[in-house]
Design a protein around this ligand. Structure first.
Ligand SMILES: [Cu+2]
Length: 130
């Protein structure tokens, strides 16, 4: 093994060790208040990202993936357009969803959190009006 590879392996080992201490499972997404109806059948949804250890909101996360589907109604194939609108207050993230049907929707999110190697993922179930 070259020194360079050895250093790389050691760095990776450190990263994995750090993950064992603080990882993506240390966070949760939760609904923040009631969804607001917007124009064209859209809803504005607020989701708080919380660090479980101290129950504090986590600001500065970058949402990299969103998905809205009706899996809570056994209709996982029914999806809805959803987009991230940014952080509305520290640790609270705004989304626009356009559901084709009223009822419970699963909003699945993936985010990069400052200082966290792993991508943080979570699902929030929220009842939306059509
Ligand atoms: Cu449906």
């Amino acid at each position: 093994m070259s020194n360079r590879i050895r250093t790389g392996v050691a760095t990776l080992a450190l990263l994995f060790a750090a993950d064992a201490v603080a990882g993506a499972n240390d966070y949760r997404f939760e609904a923040a208040g009631q969804p607001q109806k917007a124009a064209d059948g859209k809803s504005i949804v607020l989701v708080r990202l919380v660090r479980i250890a101290d129950d504090k909101p986590v600001p500065g996360a970058v949402v990299i993936q969103t998905r809205a589907d009706m899996s809570p109604m056994s209709m996982p194939e029914m999806t809805a357009p959803m987009r991230a609108l940014g952080e509305s207050e520290p640790g609270v993230y705004r989304f626009e969803v356009q559901p084709g049907m009223a009822g419970p929707w699963a909003l699945t999110l993936a985010a990069k959190v400052q200082g966290e190697v792993e991508t943080v993922r979570g699902t929030v179930t929220i009842v939306l009006a059509k």
